[in-house]
Design a protein around this ligand. Structure first.
Ligand SMILES: [Zn+2]
Ligand SMILES: [Zn+2]
Length: 227
């Protein structure tokens, strides 16, 4: 009885080596679990890496955005920009004084003291940073100034394509610190001491500067001590 069980070891020396080949068994064991494991690990690692890379990219993008977009002017800041508007070369009266958002009792952080300046001192986050635009000033005042249309105080309203008194077709154009700009002036977020000119004017005519008294007031606004 003892011999049969141990039979494998004895005589069959020559043929047996190939038969018992242990490799297949280990291979199967190792192979099966290993392959899936390796693949899963690899997959998981790649997925994880991808997520990390994406997260880092998003974080970087947000940082870059926050750096370039900036949250200025912040609540409590107080900056000024000159705003001159001309129609067919003639100056429009300074924006009338207003302290509240049009049609409300809510204080407007962008407002006019009737001196031709945009007074910008945001009271809330909502009107600070990138929201402190020319368009918000206009909206608070109850007016509009976009890339092809002006609707201002005193019922003054013009649209690109309308003629000037001399018969020439005009359109809304605008300049910033003496340089003509493209696009919608309302999208612009003024910086302190900016000089903004919005003009309804034929192409080719130079965009007039804001009035001299407005430019003179810009560096020392009357309200800088009151806030
Ligand atoms: Zn001011
Ligand atoms: Zn003010």
């Amino acid at each position: 009885m003892s011999e049969p069980p141990s039979t494998p070891t004895p005589t069959g020396g020559t043929p047996e080596p190939p038969a018992p080949t242990p490799p297949p068994v280990p291979t199967t064991k190792r192979g099966k679990p290993k392959k899936p494991k390796v693949q899963r690990k690899g997959f998981g690692t790649y997925a994880f890496t991808a997520i990390v890379v994406i997260a880092v990219a998003v974080a970087g993008w947000q940082i870059a955005k926050s750096l370039t977009a900036s949250d200025e002017p912040k609540v409590g800041d107080h900056i000024h920009a000159a705003l001159g508007i001309t129609v067919c070369g003639l100056p429009v009266e300074n924006a009338p004084e207003f302290e509240n958002q049009d049609g409300t009792e809510t204080k407007a952080g962008l407002h006019s003291h009737g001196d031709g300046l945009l007074h910008i001192h945001p009271f809330t986050e909502e009107e600070s940073g990138d929201s402190a635009t020319v368009g918000r000033f206009m909206d608070y005042g109850g007016w509009e100034a976009d890339e092809d249309h002006l609707r201002l105080w005193d019922g003054l309203e013009v649209s690109s394509g309308d003629p000037c008194p001399d018969g020439r077709t005009a359109r809304v154009r605008w300049s910033l610190n003496g340089e003509e700009q493209d696009g919608n002036p309302s999208d612009y977020k003024p910086e302190d001491q900016d000089v903004i000119s919005i003009a309804f004017l034929p192409d080719g005519d130079p965009i007039p500067e804001p009035p001299a008294d407005v430019l003179a007031a810009l560096p020392k606004p009357a309200d800088t001590q009151q806030g």
